[in-house]
Design a binder for this molecule. Structure first.
Ligand SMILES: *Cc1c(COP(=O)(O)O)cnc(C)c1O
Length: 374
């Protein structure tokens, strides 16, 4: 029991769950209605709760975040090249490639680990049609900088906000920026519906297209209008989403307190740099990214991970390797130089961060980190 508890607590991430009774309460009507998918009552309720919580009007729900991103990109009618970040989950470039487009990787900024807006313009060619920036760890990109470039060169902006649920900038949801934005509700994200995804879009005329495409393109009993797929969220997913949404503010408070505890405990450790949040940002405290500077700390990232795992603490390398080092991309991008992304991928660790941690767990992690320093 003791070891089970320890592994449970000391993972970099652990899915939040409501009580089983709450979930059963939500799914109980399904045994009567037998309406298990195809946008039934539970999905409608989930969608309305999200619109209300996020203050958004134009949203659609999907079976998962990746498919939502693929469909978001395809809905923009793009061709040629798309500029994106190399410091992301493999889903981002795959969604671009699977749309027949070529990803052009722009190096990141060491400030926020997002696409470096200063470096975007030099990558724009006559083939460029869009930018797919990623709000990594829920950190907002330079929204204004990206908007300015998009306007100047007439590019579409599709945000991968998979990790940014609940984040606000100047009191506004992060999901309101760009032409279209994808959020993931995967079990490992700070808000989840087991699997799931959402698109938030600027132009309300997009709604019909997205609704059709996620349901085989069917418009009526005897016709389809476009080449659709099946990407609908089902009622069991929506029920989990409703439960988790009702706890989200509480989860946020919990994550914030853990975040603050880490900051306090690690403030004086040379060579351990914790991500900062800008003053105008309301963060979601998803993940606890820390960068290890070998010079100052004495150990490199991998050595620190070994020290932690020897004490049954399982921190993560994330994102490592860089997407350009994955099999599909390796040969195609062998020449590419991404010094900052590479440096960050080699020095970043995600410390344990989830809603079931207690301060004593944080203190234990921090004690090992302090003790391992030179
Ligand atoms: C999780 C994630 C995705 C994919 O979302 P799924 O819901 O797991 O399909 C895409 N991009 C990023 C940055 C992610 O973290």
């Amino acid at each position: 029991m003791k070891t089970e508890n320890m592994t449970k607590i000391m993972m970099a991430n652990r899915s939040s769950m409501p009580s089983i009774e709450e979930y059963i309460e939500q799914i109980r009507p399904l045994w009567n209605s037998r309406w298990l998918s195809n946008e039934g009552a539970i999905l409608q309720k989930f969608k309305a709760s999200l619109e209300n919580y996020l203050g958004l009007g134009n949203i659609e729900l999907f079976v998962n975040g990746h498919t939502a991103l693929e469909l978001a990109i395809s809905s923009m009618g793009l061709s040629g090249e798309v500029i994106t970040s190399p410091f992301t989950f493999i889903s981002t470039p795959n969604a671009i490639v699977r749309n027949g487009l070529t990803p052009v990787f722009c190096d990141i900024s060491e400030e926020d680990f997002n696409i470096d807006v200063q470096k975007i313009e030099s990558l724009i060619t006559e083939k460029t049609t869009a930018i797919v920036p990623v709000h990594i760890y829920g950190n907002p990109c330079d929204l204004e900088g990206i908007e300015r470039i998009a306007q100047k060169y007439n590019l579409k902006v599709i945000y991968d906000a998979a990790q940014a649920f609940g984040v606000e900038v100047d009191g506004k949801s992060i999901l309101e920026f760009g032409d279209i934005t994808m959020v993931s509700f995967h079990a490992t994200k700070c808000f989840h519906s087991i699997e799931g995804g959402m698109l938030s879009f600027k132009d309300s005329r997009k709604r019909e297209q997205l609704r059709k495409v996620k349901s085989f393109g069917i418009v009526s009993e005897d016709g389809t209008e476009l080449l659709g797929v099946n990407a609908k969220m089902n009622e069991f997913q929506a029920a989990m989403g409703i439960c988790n949404l009702s706890h989200f503010e509480g989860y946020l408070e919990k994550r914030k307190s853990i975040h603050m505890r880490y900051r306090e405990q690690l403030a004086e450790v040379p060579g351990i740099k914790l991500a900062k949040h800008r003053a105008n940002v309301k963060p979601n405290y998803t993940y606890m990214p820390a960068q290890v500077d070998k010079e100052a700390y004495g150990l490199d990232r991998d050595e620190l991970l070994e020290r932690l795992s020897a004490e049954h603490i399982f921190a993560d390398k994330y994102f490592y390797p860089l997407v350009v080092d994955y099999e599909y991309y390796r040969d195609r991008y062998s020449e590419i130089e991404l010094p900052t992304a590479r440096h960050v991928a080699n020095s970043m660790v995600l410390l344990p961060m989830h809603t079931e941690m207690e301060f004593k767990d944080v203190d234990r992690v921090c004690e090992i980190i302090r003790r391992s320093s030179k």
